[in-house]
Write a new protein. Sequence first.
Length: 195
Amino acid sequence: MDLIQDYEQQYAVLTAEITAQIGRLGVSPAGERTKLISDIDRQLEESQELLEQIGLEIRDVPAANRSGYTSRLNCYQAEWKRLQQEFTNAKAARPKGTAGYSAAESDEFDEIGIQEDQKRRLLDNSERLERTGNHLKDSYRVVLETEQIGTQVLQDLSDQRETIQRARGRLRETDAELGRSSRLLNSMMMRAMRD
């Protein structure tokens, strides 16, 4: 479980970085886009590998606790697909200095519209980062609750085992008492018959 939590934390950091990079991609000049695209591709691949590792670790989780981890993994996978789609859309958007406009003309457009676009993207990124942080806190809380439930179940099983062992002990004692009583009655009957 500790390993799954480590993978989840790494995934949260990576997706936050991917979100920030995608936001930068939409407002970066053409010269920076190539490196950004390469970085995002690499980070998406790394985050997908982390999800695969989480899936493998979940297989070793006891069946009673597995559903919570599986639900979280499904959320992570949906988030990953959303990031991949946002990345695809950002790559398709017109970069600065292209699509028939000179760099100077692009700068003029920047003064009009890009600043507002940057503000919007920064707000969106901040909200995504906040959601990621909240999701990580929720995941950690679920892990703690699962561990507490597991500990309680083990304690209950231990208590039940002790109760069963005590009951078996009492049954053995009762059986021994019945055996002694039976022998005593047989002895009394034999003496009565002789008399």
